[in-house]
Design a protein around this ligand. Structure first.
Ligand SMILES: [Fe+2]
Length: 419
């Protein structure tokens, strides 16, 4: 058996838990930098956290500079405020972009330099400033992961900084903080959390895991602990996502979603995600659609592609999601019920763009290499083509055509399938 767990040293989960922010932050010193975005700053949940920090006697500097996709201007502003106020800890209240900004700020305040100094995996030299993350969406799982996704100012592309040192020290998960998330944010971030659970569970397995592997990589592929968390996460998310989208005040559904996204975050924080995320980078760059819309739309197609390699995993996912049929159909139908577009064509992509997207996605080697079935550009194009048509079964039909000797789809037949 092979298992890895790198996670926050403290997780506090439950309604009302935001009030713990002050006492937890006070264990690290007298001054905190509180990072959020302008929308969250005006919410009652943010107020609860700020009151808790001040009631604990802390000096609080507030940065509302966070923006979607963490542009370099946001990093510069938060780091400048941090240099001026010299915090002992950073508190982040927000969605993935806020927590990722806080991670990079904690890194640069501790070790200096620019984000680009840390793009290489595991190049963070040591612990960063203590970070206390309070998510307001369910979610990216960033409160528990070693990854911060930011926008590279040189290329204007999104890029991930990955190191175990970036895992927040404390994750305080209060479902009341997520009550205000609008339906479309709830849908997209929620199906992204399901993508984390399923891609984490379906991740490639190391042939011969050893100390070098676990020390050399923040994310190590499929393992026993990530499997256990990913399955529990998939069950909670599948049971609660539609409810949370339909009624944002349903605290029980919000609780199930936040718990699912936290566990999915811990799972993929150790195993890694894969092809739905690699393809989303290209789809998102071309269409300016949200991360979760892209990963959620693509997920059933990636699952269908991987069916020959992992039929038992798909059966287990169907079981935990209480699906009477296939896991692929279940995830596809769930996406449609929460309002995801029916196909890549529906978000304005032309069929002739697919090849370029496949080639661009193939460059995300860390993600592509984590797929359970080997991939090349042709295979990525086939997945995108099925998603362009809005029909996951197209991949399996083409597979059976291949067996009958039909031309095309050579990538799907020429690859060895690792089971
Ligand atoms: Fe994601």
């Amino acid at each position: 058996m092979f298992a890895v767990l790198r996670a926050p040293s403290q997780v506090l989960f439950g309604a009302g838990m935001a009030e713990a922010a002050g006492p937890v932050a006070a264990t690290h010193g007298r001054r905190v930098l509180l990072i959020t975005d302008p929308v969250i700053a005006s919410t009652p949940g943010f107020g609860t956290v700020e009151v808790s920090l001040r009631a604990a006697g802390l000096d609080v500097a507030v940065s509302t500079d966070a923006e979607v996709d963490v542009p370099s201007a946001a990093v510069d502003a938060a780091v400048a405020l941090g240099r001026e106020t010299q915090p002992d800890a950073i508190v982040a209240v927000g969605g993935g972009s806020v927590i990722d900004l806080a991670k990079v700020t904690a890194l640069l305040l501790a070790h200096g330099g620019a984000p680009s100094d840390y793009y290489a995996v595991n190049s963070v030299p040591g612990p960063v400033l203590p970070l206390i993350a309070l998510p307001t969406t369910a979610g990216t799982g960033s409160e528990a992961t070693p990854v911060a996704v930011i926008t590279d100012p040189a290329s204007d592309m999104k890029i991930g900084v990955a190191s175990s040192h970036l895992i927040p020290r404390h994750a305080i998960c209060d479902p009341r903080l997520t009550l205000g998330a609008p339906p479309v944010v709830t849908a997209h971030s929620g199906i992204d959390a399901l993508s984390h659970a399923i891609e984490g569970y379906m991740a490639a397995e190391a042939d011969d895991p050893d100390a070098e592997l676990v020390l050399g990589r923040p994310q190590v592929g499929k393992n026993a602990i990530s499997d256990s968390l990913a399955l529990t996460a998939a069950g909670h998310i599948a049971a609660n996502l539609e409810r949370a989208v339909q009624d944002g005040d349903d605290l029980e559904a919000r609780t199930g979603m936040l718990y699912g996204s936290l566990l999915a975050g811990i799972a993929f924080g150790n195993s890694g995600v894969s092809t739905a995320h690699a393809l989303q980078f290209a789809v998102g760059a071309a269409t300016h659609t949200s991360h979760g819309l892209g990963t959620g739309l693509l997920l059933p197609y990636v699952m269908e592609f991987n069916r020959p390699a992992r039929p038992d995993d798909l059966a287990e996912l169907a079981r935990v999601m209480r699906s009477p049929g296939s896991a692929v159909d279940h995830v596809h139908a769930l996406g449609q019920r929460i309002g995801l577009p029916g196909s890549l064509a529906d978000i304005g992509i032309e069929r002739q763009e697919l090849r370029g997207m496949a080639e661009a996605s193939f460059k995300f080697k860390r993600l592509v290499d984590n797929n359970p079935r080997p991939l090349d550009e042709d295979a990525l194009e086939a997945i995108l083509d099925a998603a362009w048509h809005g029909d996951p079964a197209r991949l399996s039909r083409e597979r059976s055509d291949d067996r009958g000797g039909a031309e095309g789809m050579s990538a799907l037949t020429s690859q060895s399938v690792r089971s």
